[in-house]
Write a protein that binds this ligand. Structure first.
Ligand code: AQP
Length: 334
């Protein structure tokens, strides 16, 4: 049976890149009847790489991220939703996997290379991909829906599974498949200010991203200020016109239209007219999310209960798998 697994960091309010690159697929995948319930994890241990020393903020962001996932449409009756730090097996398996992985491999990770320029280059930030491998392999996941910035990390998880299987002469670890957004999806939503960089929660400029929580007036000023170029037509040419192409991709993804359909729809229109249409579309889509988010945030008990139920379900699977992993590696609980 197929098992979907993915995670999101509670490092800030999710933006439309998180939604279009990953969450939209998460929601679609929870309706696959022939598969086991998908597992979606609030990866707070990963967020500690940037939020160390801010316990109150991390706790609050974890609640808000859970509410965001529910407001986007994740259904705890169909999906297992839990907090990474509530299951200690993740860090235990990360250690086991790090003992069969060379440090050189981690040094070649693109995210590490780019993040060490802007973050404190801690050991946690360096070994973060190992924890991500553990997240995936612990649940013997077969399908991992993520944005394309995670392709290299997923490749590492696949290689690590193979190394584990070779080392311990087993086929226990599954080689997970990457699931990227479909044709009308946006695998990588770019920054509105620097369209060659990906949209990110941690970018200093609020104008670089649209958060799912942004009010209409904020969305308007961010879209109108989005960097395009000195041509006024609407086209998709990411190499030469990255700014406008990013907006076309966002429009297509939110309206479930292909790039060609969007370009046809706006043939003969200016980029300003297109920006207004994109703004209208985003306002409509974000309104539904925001109303639901407000409603959910009024009941913190419900959010905590979702995480607790998810923890119990995830623990059952993790416990069973971890017992076998410990047995294979010569370790044990007792
Ligand atoms: N710009 C993006 N376009 C498409 N997909 C994206 N994702 C993130 N940014 C984009 C996807 O969202 C999922 C959850 O991401 P994450 O929160 O675990 O961490 P991240 O990839 O590091 O996202 P951010 O927003 O850039 O956060 P910070 O700034 O805290 O590092 C992943 O599947 C990711 O691919």
């Amino acid at each position: 049976m197929r098992r979907v697994f993915s995670g999101i960091q509670p490092s800030g309010i999710p933006h439309i890149g998180n939604y279009l690159g990953a969450l939209k697929n998460w929601i679609a995948l929870q309706n696959t009847e022939s598969a086991l319930p998908p597992i979606y994890c609030i990866v707070d241990l990963h967020a500690l790489t940037t939020l160390s020393g801010h316990p109150q903020q991390l706790r609050q962001l974890t609640i808000e991220s859970t509410a965001s996932l529910l407001a986007c449409g994740l259904d705890p009756k169909k999906s297992i939703i839990f907090k990474q730090s509530s299951i200690h097996h993740h860090t235990q398996l990360a250690w086991i996997l790090s003992c069969i992985t060379s440090s050189g491999v981690l040094g070649r990770m693109n995210q590490w290379k780019s993040r060490q320029k802007t973050h404190n280059s801690t050991l946690g930030l360096f070994s973060y991909p190992m924890l991500m491998c553990a997240d995936i392999l612990l649940y013997r996941s077969t399908d991992v829906p993520v944005g394309d910035d995670q392709i290299q990390h997923l490749e590492l998880a696949r290689n690590t599974a193979e190394i584990f299987n070779r080392t311990y002469e087993t086929d226990f670890m599954k080689i997970a498949e990457l699931i990227l957004p479909s044709e009308s999806g946006a695998c990588r939503v770019m920054s509105l200010r620097e369209p060659l960089e990906k949209m990110s929660k941690s970018n200093q400029s609020e104008y670089s991203r649209i958060n799912l929580s942004d009010m209409p007036s904020v969305v308007k000023s961010k879209i109108l200020r989005a960097v395009t170029d000195n041509e006024s037509r609407v086209s998709f040419e990411p190499d030469t016109r990255p700014g406008v192409s990013n907006l076309v991709s966002i429009y297509g993804s939110y309206s479930d239209k292909t790039i060609e359909m969007v370009c046809q729809e706006f043939e003969g229109k200016s980029t300003h007219e297109f920006k207004i249409a994109l703004h209208d579309l985003l306002i409509e889509k974000l309104y539904a999310y925001q109303t639901e988010y407000q409603r959910i945030m009024e009941d913190k008990g419900y959010i905590l209960n979702v995480l607790e139920q998810g923890r119990k379900q995830a623990l059952e699977i993790a416990d069973e798998n971890m017992k076998q992993i410990l047995e294979m590696t010569g370790l044990s609980y007792n």
